[in-house]
Ligand binder design. Structure first.
Ligand SMILES: C[S@@+](CC[C@H](N)C(=O)[O-])C[C@H]1O[C@@H](n2cnc3c(N)ncnc32)[C@H](O)[C@@H]1O
Length: 368
């Protein structure tokens, strides 16, 4: 069988990091493109990618591509299409459309014709709440059919039921940890941890816990799914013990409690200590220097500025005073805020869109 074209979607700006992760996972030929990573492979590679990749948000597979200029032609091609190689008879799927610079561009007519063909050929009915979505993109008169094999976005691991005020997505947190050189072999401290995303991801990486271990995926509903082979894939990267410990603290008591509950659901609460205190009371943990990863409050109204500058000043003072030898990764929206910490930022800052603003990840080398 010919390999399939597979697309791993990720946060813009982090494509290179995901490419490195995909290659580490053995997805050969993985190559970064705008918005994600592409590679060619078979269904088991799709199951592996969904189950093990920490930085992907979705895994899409292309199941068809043809030129189309008229609705009748679309219907004829859809009637001839081998849907049964992908979809189970009598199942339900959702449809998602985009069209650009094409003669066939009436979404409701496209939807009607495709739904008719799916029903007539394989008995599939269209239901927006179905676990599987067929994505139809018609661009320059070329129709591309892909299936979203993930279902819920992959940052939803199934453990973070408590979410703080501005939670970081797990996939983004994992990519930022990787960008800061974290590979599961050093301590990680987050002194403004909110719902605990950084310490929990770091602890899971240290333990080699698969991010998909507690959730289901859309591919399990497809005709191509082989439960035995997927069960074997789940076994081939076993969890390991670690002597490392991880630390999260926050001045918000509710956040600290919720982060602890998230860690317990993820099965890493025994290697993370969450504490309730402000940044100025942060103590350096015993042991070799590691990584401080922090995402303080940022942006917002002008009135907040003075407070924010004081907060970033306190963060810088604490880290400069007590964390010699540690590296720091800081996520914030304004370079001015990073500057007031007086930490020795490297030049290779990474700026990316996040939650409607431009956000920057700044890093230091080991602090003097
Ligand atoms: C953007 S949120 C962090 C979100 C977190 N990364 C997550 O995934 O949930 C910023 C956090 O900083 C905390 N914070 C604000 N001022 C603080 C201070 N002076 N000391 C400690 N934590 C503080 C807030 O309570 C909030 O939880």
């Amino acid at each position: 069988m010919k390999p399939l074209n597979i697309f791993l979607a990720t946060a813009p700006g982090f494509e290179d990091m995901l490419e490195a992760e995909a290659r580490d996972l053995g997805l050969t030929g993985a190559s970064a493109v705008a918005g994600g990573v592409t590679f060619a492979g078979h269904w088991p590679a799709i199951w592996r990618a969904n189950y093990y990749l920490r930085g992907a948000t979705r895994v899409l597979v292309q199941i068809g591509k043809f030129r189309v200029f008229h609705l009748d032609e679309l219907e004829r091609l859809a009637m001839e299409f081998p849907w049964d190689t992908t979809f189970k008879p009598d199942s339900e799927i959702g449809l998602d459309f985009t069209t650009k610079s094409s003669k066939v561009n009436n979404i409701s007519a496209i939807s009607q014709r495709l739904a008719k063909a799916l029903r007539a050929t394989v008995g599939v009915s269209v239901d927006e709440k179905a676990p599987v979505t067929l994505r139809v993109r018609i661009d320059n008169n070329v129709c591309m059919l892909s299936v979203d094999t993930s279902g819920d976005p992959l940052h939803i691991r199934g453990h973070k039921q408590f979410v703080g005020k501005a939670p970081m997505r797990e996939s983004l947190a994992a990519l930022m940890l990787r960008k800061c050189g974290y590979d599961g072999s050093e301590l990680v401290v987050d002194p403004m941890c909110g719902s605990g995303t950084f310490p929990i991801e770091a602890a899971e990486i240290a333990r080699n816990l698969a991010p998909g271990r507690s959730r289901d995926f859309a591919f399990q509903h497809l005709a191509t799914f082989q439960p035995d082979r997927f069960a074997a894939i789940k076994e081939d990267r076993p969890a390991r013990d670690t002597d490392l410990h991880f630390y999260g603290s926050d001045r918000d008591a509710g956040g600290v409690k919720g982060a602890g509950e998230n860690a317990a659901r993820a099965g890493v609460d025994d290697i993370i200590t969450f504490a309730h205190h402000a940044i100025s009371d942060l103590q350096r943990p015993a042991g070799k220097p590691g990584l401080v990863m922090v995402n303080p409050p940022y942006g917002g109204r002008i009135g907040n500025k003075k407070q924010l500058f004081a907060l970033y000043g306190a963060l810088g003072k604490t880290l400069r005073g007590g964390f010699s030898g540690w590296r720091v990764g800081l996520v914030t929206s304004e370079s001015g805020l990073a500057k007031v910490t007086e930490l020795p930022w490297q030049k290779n800052r990474l700026t990316f869109p996040h939650g409607g603003m431009r956000v920057t990840l700044s890093q230091t080398g080991p602090l003097p």
